[in-house]
Write a new protein. Structure first.
Length: 223
């Protein structure tokens, strides 16, 4: 088990990402850290406000884990990233430097430090990804990072973020925004979105599978 004591409470989006992290945690030699499944996107904030309404169960530190999309050629599928900052609608918040440095020292493989852009929707066109990189200066995109930082910052809880790239900036991916409902992917709209763009869907699935495999491995490497 890592000598990070206490180990940060892990937050990860429900579904395949959460399952991958749990598989990685199952290899812990002792009692594994706790992992909490959160909804995708801004719905995660509603969940957190309800879960920590009493403020008595707030963790001392938090590690957000999961997948993200690359906005630049510097990062490609399978790359392991630690966030320095998150941007949302022109505002910037920073992750905890000490916790981030501690996590970096425990990883058995090198992780790049990046700036992330948090989006309210899936960024599915490659041209838009590269444009967002130019106008924001961000390296990657996700749908939860800034909100998580904003929520825990008000309580003085240290937050770090570790993500694995699952899609690059060169190819389009299917628009999954219509399939997202209440923070989870709905099977029928998801299938329709995939069928409309079969080549992009195949590429997305392959990238996600590789990203999830590495997410599982990197979770174990932190323990």
């Amino acid at each position: 088990m890592s000598d990070l004591q206490p180990f940060p409470t892990i937050l990860v989006c429900q579904g395949a990402e959460y399952q991958a992290v749990c598989r990685g945690l199952s290899r812990a030699s002792g009692t594994p850290p706790s992992a909490i499944a959160i909804p995708v996107g801004r719905n995660s904030l509603t969940y957190l406000y309800e879960k920590f309404e009493s403020k008595k169960e707030l963790p001392s530190s938090v590690l957000l884990m999961g997948l993200c999309g690359s906005l630049t050629p510097r990062y490609t599928v399978g790359d392991i990233l630690l966030y320095q900052n998150c941007i949302y609608q022109g505002s910037l918040l920073s992750c905890d430097l000490t916790l981030t440095a501690q996590l970096a020292s425990h990883l058995q493989t090198e992780a790049s430090l990046v700036t992330a852009l948090t989006s309210d929707r899936v960024i599915c066109h490659a041209t838009e990804k590269r444009h967002l990189a130019q106008i924001s200066g961000a390296d990657v995109v996700d749908m939860e990072g800034f909100g998580i930082l904003e929520f825990f910052r008000q309580f003085g809880v240290a937050v770090a973020m570790l993500r694995v790239v699952s899609d690059n900036c060169y190819h389009d991916v299917p628009d999954l925004t219509p399939a997202l409902n209440d923070g989870s992917l709905q099977p029928l709209p998801l299938a329709i979105a995939m069928l409309r763009q079969p080549i992009a869907a195949t590429r997305l699935i392959r990238g996600a599978m590789l990203g999830l495999k590495i997410l599982e491995q990197v979770t174990t490497s932190l323990l």
